[in-house]
Design a protein around this ligand. Structure first.
Ligand code: AMP
Length: 577
């Protein structure tokens, strides 16, 4: 049974499969490798995923959801039309789309996947990712860290590597740092740190708010009053941010709500130096996790042999210069930073399948956050509850099993409600509550009766808690791995039923929808004298789609494409494929 590897990103997602002794990227319905992690719910209720949904985000943002990876592990829902969806539900739509692309590419049913997550995701976020996989009809055989997946790709191709590496992964929405040692195809993760609310999209947002200021406007006001205008401006800033790699300066004109240029405002010019100055506070934020990872690894920055860059946002020139100056060496970007994680996920899948091509590879990982329980502490003869006592410290190599002894705090205490937390806070309430376990069977007697708590944590992020009461021999066990500990099976069942009713936009018509959405987005930018012509062609195309007759709509589609290219519009379908 083939297992595919999936990089489920904030901005883009992609999948790969291990075939003919190497990882192979899987193309989407549009022939591209990257599928934008954007979901739209059309007026007729159909769900659209990927490029076509991304195009719609500019003209109809109220129908579209993006960046929902940032909501993983929370119960926040996004309203799309008259229906609302949680982050795992929206992610499941993206995963479904990748699954069907893989099935088409491989001509077989796919039901198993390895999915990558930011190293710094906590257990709730990891469980939410697994749950999204299940909702998409995928058994998630392993959840692995994105930088670990990237390192697997480097380790796979560079067999003689013997180095201490730092992987810096800045995707669309999350930031991770991982330090590892690679020695003859053995990959040992030493430390990881990160921030789950910092990514390339923050750089775009920062640029948009500064550009608005140049126009004499405030982003909060525009966001509140003219969300469409802000969505269009962000799209322009995203394009400008990428252009600033190759050019010294870019010009941005203020779009109106409909996409026309706002005639009351002169275009503004943004020089690369100015852009870089705006980005400084965000770049500085990168240093905290980097320093924490170096500290946890017990290393000096000079002991690192190489710095590898992963994630689309690491392409930014200012980021590379910043890291080079702070870390005193030039970072490397040997493989496509967008693709290296999915390829690593496919290599991990090959490891699980015992594929002969990877039989000499070994990998060890660490747990990114401290795991422990809530305890009471004795102060001046009084027990004060609410303190966090670590059992497994962050950056311990996994799989790991650790035991600590605790004792009761009052006489004749026969049971203890054990609360399991994850995090670095001194007080339990500052950490994430993962689950609870009732420990009974403690014999009557004086306070201080002992009980042993053992935590076993494995590479899939499954935490097993075992408590033994030595005096009675009673043992309690709990596996903390439910998709969402705050949800009961009935609620899960309700979600499954809700999603079963969802209708997806047909895969073979996606290309048409993408072209239509693209034309609707640029309509406002087309010179007035050509607008009517394009509008007329769009009417014909839309009508031909309604007919359902391919010979009819293919003709209209080709005419539209010819019109676009002859008027200088690049509809870059399949450009990265
Ligand atoms: P990923 O999730 O790894 O696909 O990264 C997506 C993020 O990378 C988005 O925020 C993009 O704006 C950003 N990105 C991609 N290419 C570039 C580039 N050439 N310059 C700056 N940012 C980029």
């Amino acid at each position: 049974m083939t297992i595919i590897g999936i990089d489920l990103g904030t901005t883009n997602s992609l999948s790969a499969v291990f075939e003919s002794e190497r990882p192979v990227l899987i193309p989407s319905a549009h022939g591209r490798y990257l599928t934008p992690s954007v979901v739209a719910r059309l007026e007729d209720g159909q769900i659209l995923v990927g490029d076509a949904a991304k195009e719609l985000r500019v003209t109809k943002p109220h129908l579209c959801a993006s960046r929902f990876k940032r909501l993983m592990g929370t119960q926040e829902a996004i309203q799309l039309g008259n229906q609302s969806f949680t982050a795992p539900e929206l992610s499941s739509f993206v995963l479904r789309s990748l699954k069907s692309d893989a099935e088409k590419f491989l001509s077989k049913t796919i039901s198993k996947a390895v999915i990558t997550v930011p190293a710094y995701f906590n257990d709730l976020q990891r469980r939410a990712t697994r749950f999204a996989g299940e909702l998409a009809g995928l058994e998630v055989v392993r959840v692995i860290n994105e930088p670990t997946a990237a390192a697997l790709t480097y380790g796979f191709y560079d067999r003689d590597l013997r180095k201490k590496l730092m992987v810096i992964d800045l995707g669309g929405g999350t930031f991770d740092v991982t330090i590892m040692e690679v020695f003859e195809r053995m990959l040992e993760i030493i430390a990881s740190a990160g921030e789950s609310m910092l990514g390339g999209e923050d750089f775009t947002d920062k640029m948009a708010s500064n550009v608005l200021m140049k126009f004499g406007l405030q982003s909060e006001v525009v966001e509140h009053k003219y969300p469409l205008q802000l969505a269009r401006l962000k799209q322009k800033c995203e394009e400008a941010k990428l252009k600033l790699l190759a050019t010294e300066a870019v010009e941005i004109s203020l779009p109106s709500q409909s996409g026309d240029v706002d005639p009351s405002k002169q275009p503004v010019s943004i020089h690369r130096d100015e852009f870089e100055k705006w980005m400084e506070p965000l770049l500085t934020r990168l240093m905290r996790p980097i320093e924490r990872a170096i500290g946890d690894a017990n290393l000096d920055v000079n002991q690192l042999d190489e710095i590898l860059l992963v994630g689309g946002a690491t392409r930014m020139d200012c980021l590379q210069k910043f890291l080079a100056s702070r870390l005193k060496r030039k970072p490397l970007c040997q493989y496509n930073p967008d693709e290296v994680v999915a390829m690593g996920a496919a290599i991990q899948a090959a490891l699980i399948e015992d594929n002969a091509a990877v039989e000499d590879m070994v990998m060890t990982d660490v747990c990114p956050h401290t795991l422990g329980i809530e305890v009471s502490k004795l102060f001046g003869g009084e027990f004060i509850p609410g303190y966090f006592e670590p059992i497994i410290h962050r950056n311990t190599t996994i799989p790991v099993s650790k035991e600590k002894q605790f004792s009761t705090v009052s006489a004749n205490q026969t049971e203890v409600q054990l609360r399991v937390y994850q995090g670095e806070g001194r007080r339990a309430e500052d950490n994430l509550l993962l689950g609870e376990l009732k420990v009974d069977g403690i014999p009557l007697g004086r306070s201080g009766a002992p009980f042993d708590v053992r935590f076993s944590y494995d590479p899939s992020g499954i935490l097993e808690v075992e408590v033994v009461v030595p005096q009675s021999g009673k043992t309690h066990r709990a596996v903390i791995s439910h998709p969402d500990s705050r949800m009961n099976p009935k609620q899960v069942e309700q979600i499954v039923r809700k999603l079963q009713k969802v209708k997806f936009y047909p895969r073979d018509l996606l290309e048409n929808k993408l072209l239509l959405s693209y034309c609707e987005r640029i309509l406002g930018e087309v010179p007035i004298h050509l607008r009517e012509e394009l509008n007329g062609m769009l009417d014909v195309f839309e009508n031909s789609l309604r007919s359902g007759d391919p010979s009819f709509y293919e003709l209209a589609r080709n005419q539209l494409r010819i019109w676009l290219s002859s008027h200088g519009f690049t509809f870059d379908e399949g450009s990265d494929g």
